[in-house]
Design a protein around this ligand. Structure first.
Ligand code: TYD
Length: 205
C-alpha cells in the first residue's frame, strides 16, 4: 500500500513521517521522500537552490519521481510492503501549478500529462492543513529560505491542495496541522492501520 503525506512547507510533515516510522515499526514500513536521495534528487535540490527556470525545475522534480518509482516504490509495492512517502506527485500538482503559471498555458493539465502512464497513484494521502502564518512561523528563522517559502505562494499552494481533495475526496484524509504532534501521529498511524487492514495485534507484546 502506498501512503503519501502532503502539506505546505512548515506543516510538520517531516516530524510526522519520523513518528510514523516509530509508531508503525511492527509493519516495517518503507519510509521515503521526494525529492529523493538519488543523484536525480541532488540535481533537483541544485535546481531549486540555483533558481533554474520553472520548466527545468518541474521536469527535474518529475525525473526524480520517475527514479523514485523505478528504484524504490515499485519494487517495495511488489513485495507487498507498506510505503510511506513524505511528498509525492500531489506536491507537483500543488507547487508547480503555481511556479509554472507564467511559463505554461495550463499548468495542471501539463503536469498531469507529464505523469500520465507511468506514475503510481497513492492509495491514501494525508494532507496537513494549517494557516500559512503558522507554517511560516514554524520555519527556522535565520536560515536561508527556498523560493517556495513565502506567504503568497504557500497560500496558493495550499488552495491547490484543497482543490485536489475536492477532485478525489476518497483518496485524501485532511489533518488539522494545529493539533499537537503526538495527536496527529496517533491519528494518522491509526488510519493507516485501519486502511491497510494490519491491526496492532500483530505487534509482539
Ligand atoms: P523538501 O526538501 O521536501 O522540503 P520540506 O521539508 O519543506 O518538505 O522539498 C523542498 C521544496 O520543494 C519544498 O518547498 C516543496 C518543493 N517541492 C515542489 O515544489 N515540487 C515537488 O514536486 C516536490 C517533491 C517538492
Amino acid at each position: 500500500m502506498l501512503v503519501t503525506i502532503e502539506g505546505i512547507d512548515g506543516s510538520g510533515k517531516s516530524s510526522l513521517v519520523t513518528s510514523l516510522g516509530h509508531l508503525l515499526a511492527d509493519l516495517s514500513p518503507v519510509i521515503t521522500r521526494e525529492p529523493g536521495s538519488t543523484w536525480v534528487g541532488d540535481q533537483v535540490r541544485r535546481a531549486v537552490a540555483e533558481r533554474a527556470d520553472p520548466v527545468t525545475e518541474a521536469l527535474l522534480f518529475a525525473a526524480d519521481h520517475a527514479a523514485h518509482i523505478s528504484t524504490l516504490i515499485r519494487p517495495a509495492l511488489r513485495e507487498g510492503r507498506l510505503v510511506i512517502s513524505d511528498r509525492y506527485s500531489d506536491s507537483r500538482y500543488a507547487y508547480q501549478q503555481e511556479t509554472l503559471r507564467e511559463s505554461v498555458a495550463y499548468p495542471l493539465a501539463w503536469l498531469r500529462a507529464l505523469h500520465a502512464g507511468w506514475t503510481i497513484p497513492p492509495d491514501l494521502t494525508f494532507l496537513i492543513v494549517l494557516p500559512v502564518d503558522a507554517a511560516l512561523s514554524r520555519m527556522a528563522s535565520g536560515r536561508e529560505r527556498e523560493h517556495f517559502e513565502n506567504h503568497e505562494l504557500l497560500s496558493r499552494v495550499q488552495e491547490n491542495y484543497l482543490a485536489l481533495v475536492q477532485e478525489d475526496p476518497s483518496r485524501f484524509v485532511m489533518v488539522d496541522g494545529l493539533k499537537g504532534e503526538e495527536e496527529i501521529a496517533d491519528f494518522v498511524s491509526g488510519v493507516i492501520r485501519d486502511v491497510s487492514g494490519r491491526s496492532r495485534s500483530h505487534r509482539r507484546p
